[in-house]
Design a protein around this ligand. Structure first.
Ligand code: FES
Length: 226
């Protein structure tokens, strides 16, 4: 007889010089049991062995789910609450993986297909981890006519990634969006909350460089503090 057991073991606490981090540890073991009859029909020898199959350690999201519970409690009675809750969930988790969507679906008693439909429809939601800075290139009519495709191409070339992708250092994600309501400034991009308008491709390297520089300074500041 052979069976595999998955144990979800408590939390592993790691204390670094800066902070305390908790991880969820899952251990999968395989148990082999052999029942061997002896010379008479009443007695047996039982042999058994345990071997480790897999060990999985991941960051504990318990605190994040508790935060999400508070958000759901706060917004669940309001009109248009699903989008609001998903926005907040994305702020908490950084993106909306299927586990988070399924959690929201259970809590609100809404089919997962409805939740996933909303997440897939709106470009502001992402099921994949995002970079620190999300660049949205507007492809609405006014921006398109004024050359947003060239802007997008320049950003892709500068960052060596395509639309929908994230740089390896997790700094930038490129997305395209519909009209963001700033047509007078076409062509427009946004980087997180900041809007850049009346752009030409030659503006792009300088803008991206500002973020790269700011991020480097922040990283050095962190090292100095440590
Ligand atoms: S079309 Fe780009 S802001 Fe309206």
């Amino acid at each position: 007889m052979h069976c595999e057991i998955l144990w979800k073991i408590l939390s592993l606490i790691v204390i670094t010089s800066k902070e305390v981090r908790t991880f969820e540890v899952k251990i999968k073991v395989s148990i082999k049991i052999q029942i061997i009859p002896k010379n008479n029909p009443w007695s047996y020898i039982v042999k058994w062995g345990v071997s480790l199959v897999e060990i999985e350690i991941k960051k504990n999201n318990k605190e994040k789910y508790m935060q999400l519970d508070r958000v759901i409690e706060r917004y669940k009675q309001q009109e248009g609450m699903l989008i609001r809750i998903l926005q907040k969930a994305q702020e908490i988790f950084g993106h909306l993986p299927i586990e988070v969507q399924s959690y929201v679906s259970d809590r609100l008693d809404i089919p997962i297909s409805t939740v996933n439909g909303v997440v897939s429809f709106y470009s502001l939601f992402s099921e994949e981890p995002q970079g620190k800075y999300t660049i949205n290139v507007c492809m609405g009519t006014a921006c398109y006519v004024k050359g947003s495709q060239e802007i997008l191409k320049t950003i892709e070339e500068e960052l060596h990634i395509r639309e929908g992708e994230t740089t390896l250092d997790k700094l930038f994600t490129i997305k395209v969006t519909r009209c963001i309501g700033a047509c007078g400034l076409a062509p427009v991009i946004t980087i997180n909350e900041k809007v850049y308008g009346r752009l030409s491709p030659s503006d792009i390297p300088g803008i991206l460089h500002t973020y790269i520089k700011t991020n480097k300074k922040a990283a050095i500041g962190e090292e100095v503090k440590a």
